[in-house]
Design a protein around this ligand. Structure first.
Ligand SMILES: [Cu+2]
Length: 336
């Protein structure tokens, strides 16, 4: 792992000595798209369509109090939580379907629909698994071209809105409501602004994106998920005409939940942090290593496959929460 990280870092350092790009930014290369975990990274030329599918799986295990590892016994003695009811691990799987269409060279429209599948294992085996699955919040966005320079750089703005199509009424098999992290949507209409900057040279590319999620109002259950801010920075090296490798650094910060789910009882709140609004949201910095493959010839010409693995460099949670271990994103994209 250490060797691989050094390899990617040396690739990025090499960047400064590589030759300058001739002509404008181009999507027709493997790193013409950002690492697969980045959303809304690119625009299309007028009339183009793109379909995409991403599978994202997030693994969480062990408890954190702020940025410190703690045991279930620590959480019991500090916060009075029921040891058996504390979460032990969680897997969040997401199937993400996307479509893009450029109605002009200035505007690309984007639609995204997610299907989520969550599973949480508790410390005590008697409770069984907590599970939830179903569609998430549908998101529509418009990407607006801000600038394109002749030397391979460009920038665009994104304005998006998600609708509360994901359920916030998910329950455990015993009939009690599941905690905030196991619900499938935010329950609110959310505004998603973002700004993206991209650049290319002959063999390298890089990008930066600032993005936010701003919740509008309060949902039907009387709470609002925390607003979110994210800053991503990545670089990629074109290895062949079809393959590129990438390195990404990402920082995100999400606030705690405001209000309280009307179906979650005070007893539930006392037993587990998963049911407490103030024990949600975190600051996290991750490192991502990825590969993009772009089919240039044959029957699959124009198709893209990509994989990215992300792991935290640093994380600080609000209150007591599960620790994020790693995230894998696998994706397919096809534009015509
Ligand atoms: Cu696209």
């Amino acid at each position: 792992m250490k060797k691989l990280t050094l390899f990617f870092i040396s690739l990025l350092l090499n960047f400064s000595v590589s030759t300058a790009h001739e002509g404008p930014w181009s999507a027709a290369r493997p790193d013409g798209h950002a690492p697969i975990s980045v959303m809304g990274d690119h625009m299309h030329a007028m009339g183009e369509w793109m379909l995409s599918y991403r599978y994202m799986t997030m693994e969480m295990e062990g408890l954190l109090d702020g940025s410190n590892d703690i045991t279930a016994s620590d959480a019991n003695s500090t916060y009075g939580y029921n040891k058996m009811m504390l979460p032990k691990s969680m897997t969040m799987d997401m199937h993400m379907f996307g479509a893009m269409h450029a109605i002009s060279d200035k505007w690309t429209l984007m639609a995204m629909l997610n299907y989520l599948d969550n599973e949480m294992i508790m410390q005590g085996t008697s409770m069984g698994k907590m599970e939830s699955n179903g569609i998430g919040d549908i998101k529509l966005a418009g990407l607006y071209d801000l600038a394109r320079w002749d030397d391979g750089r460009r920038a665009h703005l994104s304005v998006g809105l998600s609708a509360p199509t994901g359920s916030i009424d998910e329950k455990h098999s015993n009939g009690s409501f599941l905690g905030y992290g196991m619900q499938l949507g935010s329950g609110t209409w959310d505004f998603h602004p973002a700004i993206t900057y991209l650049g290319q040279t002959e063999n390298y590319s890089y990008g930066a994106q600032l993005a936010g999620i701003i919740r509008i109002g309060e949902n039907d259950q009387g709470y609002t998920l925390g607003d979110r801010f994210e800053a991503g920075l990545w670089g990629a090296r074109k290895i062949t005409e079809s393959l590129s490798a990438s390195l990404k650094l990402d920082y995100s910060s999400q606030e705690e939940v405001d209000g309280s789910h009307s179906g979650i009882t005070n007893m539930q709140k006392m037993m587990s942090p998963a049911n407490r609004p103030d024990h949600h949201g975190r600051d996290i910095t991750t490192l991502g290593l990825g590969l993009n493959y772009y089919f240039q010839n044959g029957g699959l010409k124009g198709h893209r496959l990509a994989a990215e693995w992300e792991t935290p460099l640093d994380q600080k949670v609000n209150g007591v929460q599960l620790e994020l271990d790693s995230t894998w994103t696998l994706g397919w994209q096809y534009a015509w």
